[in-house]
Design a protein around this ligand. Sequence first.
Ligand code: SF4
Ligand code: SF4
Length: 289
Amino acid sequence: MKIKEIVVISGKGGTGKTTLTASLVPFLEDAVIADCDVDAPDLHILLNPRSEEEETFSGSAKAVINEDLCTHCNLCIDHCRFGAIDDTPRINPMKCEGCGVCEYICPVDAIALNDVTTGTVFKGMTGYGPMVHARLVPGEETSGKLVSQVRNEAKKRAESDGKRYVLIDGSPGIGCNVISSITGASTVLIVTEPTLSGLHDMKRVLEVAARFSGKVFVIINKYDLSVEMTRRIEKEAEDNNAPVLMKLPFDKKIVQAVTEKKIPSLAEPDLFEMAGWKNLLQRLRDPES
Ligand code: SF4
Ligand code: SF4
């Protein structure tokens, strides 16, 4: 059985991406949940998984010099194009990109690349199924690799548990971590808001999603804040073959549910029902319907 990956993304943070992902969880039976927003993960706060396993993740390496072996030929200094090696020679880990040139060039094997821990991957069990999430070490820039690791672990878990779906809370923005979130996914849900920046961000995400994915759908959150902008977003989505499946109104009860760590679709079923919830679930299970 081929596992389907459903990814929820947005052009920027704060559009309701995680609220929507959490809302889907109880309704998408047979899924492993993955939080790929590794820079600011918070889906686990709503789903409260029981921890099963933790693994450190190494997404980069730094060079170190063995001073006992160094003959001070200065070759490494001349060849490091990041200026990471001073005259001592000593390597500045903040500047070292781990490219390995110095290790290759050193005639006496005095340089080695050491793996650096850049994040932690957490595996656990929620009340709705297994979950994989992660946290990037602050300041590290290798989030794309960590996102891939979370996806791989979630897929492995889906295979071993015989699950049909992996539901992914993707990374915000359009950077490499978003590409890592959606490459090869069967369905992408773009969550946006009816503002000019929401429209602009959605266009950029649509461009990225069109290159990498299967079916693309749009959800407009707080659609009633600007009916005019909602119309423009619907038109843009339609022109890009990405139907709008749901329009969720602005309602403080949804904010309240999240504040109380409740799943919004369970706490406020009527709001979701009126917004097109059934249609969305139907299309997720059968994108061609
Ligand atoms: S690994 Fe690359 S960046 Fe780091 S010190 Fe060596 S040459 Fe410079
Ligand atoms: S290339 Fe090797 S031997 Fe030469 S200065 Fe660098 S560490 Fe020392």
